[in-house]
Structures are given as structure tokens and as C-alpha cells.
Write a protein that binds this ligand. Structure first.
Ligand code: ZN
Length: 288
């Protein structure tokens, strides 16, 4: 054994001398030394909770990624379990009467929530309603243009599906209100192979560092309330049964000491939204 190792060392020494004499000055040793190979970013997905972490497989000898203060994974289902903040969210938003009623409930109880309308439900004749959502301190996010499953789209269709609602919202409001959070239809961005890598890359390109799902989806108030924990994100839709549930659970959750925040706030974004007079116009060329 010892003799073999000595032979190896001798051979290596000869090789190194050869490389230094005839090579370009750099010596690459690759076998058995992973730190010398490029470190790919690896997407790993936990099957149980859809939590995605992007890990860098490099060791301490390779360049480390910039430290980030963002404590959230790419797919968010809830906020901090250490704070008593919770978020109500309402998807699709086909029924504008339900939106109006929900806003009245928010004002009545002094709470805020987040709406995820589809792009196709944003109409100029509803300008007042959407403005009242913002005036109530609530957030408008996006749920894509028309509820297609994002994971099945190619890059261009996915970009258009995510970003066109911003153009539409600005037209409806008459000014630029930046959409900051995204809820994917069905809470899913997997492709046919069960991978989220493609959607992850496109969403990052579109400016989204996260997608926001939920950890409580229950329209029966009796079942909903006990499921709410610190950081819970509750999913609702603009339907009468959902509005009735929201009306019932809000005072009960307030009594339990929960504070209602928008999703943006839940994931650490500021409460203030930087609006502007420059209406957003979607142009594919800006993302290619
Ligand atoms: Zn939906």
C-alpha cells in the first residue's frame, strides 16, 4: 500500500514538473476534487411542502454567493411563525360585487388584505372599485392573465402571462401601481416533468423573487379559525360563500390577537407602494 502511494506521489511530481515546464502555468487537478469544478446552482424541492431552496454547492474555497437578508424560500406558503401577522388573500376576482363587499368588510374591521385578480377581469369600468381596494390599504397582486397553468408555458408565453396584467392594471387605474407579488394559478409552476426550474428562471427574469401560495384554504369558518397560526396565508375567492366566511372569521381572529397584513408586508416588502405616472407597457424585447 505504502509503496503504491509513493509511486503515485512520484508520478504526480513528474506530471506537475512537466505541466509547469510545458504548460501555460496553470495546473488543473480534477479527479476527486469537487471544489475545482464549477459549482452549479441546484434547485431542490421538498415533496412535502413545496418549499424550494436554491443552494450553491460550492465549498468554502469557491466564491460564496452574496449574503441575503431574504429569509423566504422561492415558494412561500406562510410568513414568520414567530410573529402574530396573518394575510387574507382573494384570487381570480371575477365577481366585482364580492370585491366591493370584501372591501367594506376590510374597512369595517380596519384590516388589509391582498387581491390576486386575473388580468382578464381588470376592466376600466371598475376603476373606482380597484382604486377603493388601494385606498383601503389593500394590495393588488397578480394571478396571471387568464389562469393558464404557468408550468406548461414556454418562456415568451409565460412572460406575457405574468406581465400583461401589470399593463392592464395601470390602464384601469390611470397610473402605474407596481404589482409586487404573484400567486400562480393552482399554486403550481411545475412543468410536465414535475420540475419548476424553467418557471423559476422565467419568473426571476420577470422580477419575481417569490411566488406566494397559502397554508389555509377553508371556507367553513368553524374549520378555518383553528387552522390559522402565526404567519398564515389564507386563500379565498370572490364568491359569496368566501365573503361570508371572511366576515365571520375576521373578528374571531382579531380576538385571538392576530394582526392582518398584506402579502407584500408579510414577506418583508414595505407597506408603501411607489406609484408613478409612467404607465407600464409590456414589451417582450425588455426581457430577452
Ligand atoms: Zn385562481
Amino acid at each position: 500500500m505504502k509503496k503504491k502511494r509513493l509511486t503515485c506521489i512520484a508520478l504526480l511530481t513528474v506530471l506537475l514538473m512537466f505541466a509547469q515546464a510545458y504548460g501555460d502555468g496553470t495546473v488543473t487537478v480534477s479527479a476527486g476534487d469537487p471544489s475545482q469544478s464549477p459549482a452549479p446552482s441546484v434547485l431542490s424541492r421538498s415533496e412535502t411542502d413545496l418549499t424550494v431552496t436554491v443552494s450553491d454547492s460550492s465549498d468554502e474555497t469557491a466564491a460564496q454567493p452574496e449574503p441575503t437578508e431574504d429569509p423566504f424560500p422561492f415558494i412561500i406558503r406562510f410568513g414568520s411563525r414567530d410573529e402574530n401577522k396573518i394575510s387574507l388573500s382573494m384570487d381570480d376576482c371575477y365577481d366585482m360585487e364580492c370585491i366591493k363587499e370584501t372591501i367594506e368588510i376590510c374597512k369595517e374591521y380596519g384590516i388589509v388584505m391582498t387581491f390576486y385578480p386575473l388580468g382578464i377581469v381588470l376592466h376600466e369600468e371598475d376603476r373606482e372599485i380597484w382604486q377603493s381596494v388601494i385606498d383601503a390599504g389593500c394590495e393588488i397582486g397578480t394571478h396571471t392573465m387568464n389562469h393558464g397553468a404557468l408550468g406548461g408555458y414556454d418562456t415568451r408565453v409565460m412572460l406575457a402571462s405574468i406581465l400583461r396584467p401589470q399593463e392592464r392594471l395601470d390602464q384601469v387605474l390611470g397610473y402605474h401601481y407596481p404589482i409586487r407579488t404573484l400567486r400562480p394559478p393552482y399554486g403550481n409552476i411545475e412543468d410536465a416533468n414535475g420540475s419548476i426550474k424553467h418557471a423559476y428562471n422565467v419568473l426571476k427574469r420577470a422580477g419575481y423573487d417569490h411566488i406566494v401560495n397559502w397554508d389555509v384554504s377553508q371556507t367553513d369558518p368553524v374549520k378555518a379559525v383553528p387552522r390559522v397560526r402565526n404567519g398564515s396565508i389564507l386563500l379565498y375567492h370572490a364568491r359569496p360563500v368566501d365573503v361570508r366566511c371572511i366576515r365571520t372569521i375576521i373578528p374571531q381572529l382579531q380576538e385571538k390577537g392576530f394582526e392582518f397584513v398584506t402579502i407584500a408586508e408579510m414577506i418583508g416588502l414595505s407597506r408603501e407602494v411607489a406609484t408613478s405616472t409612467d404607465l407600464y407597457v409590456f414589451d417582450m424585447a425588455n426581457y430577452e
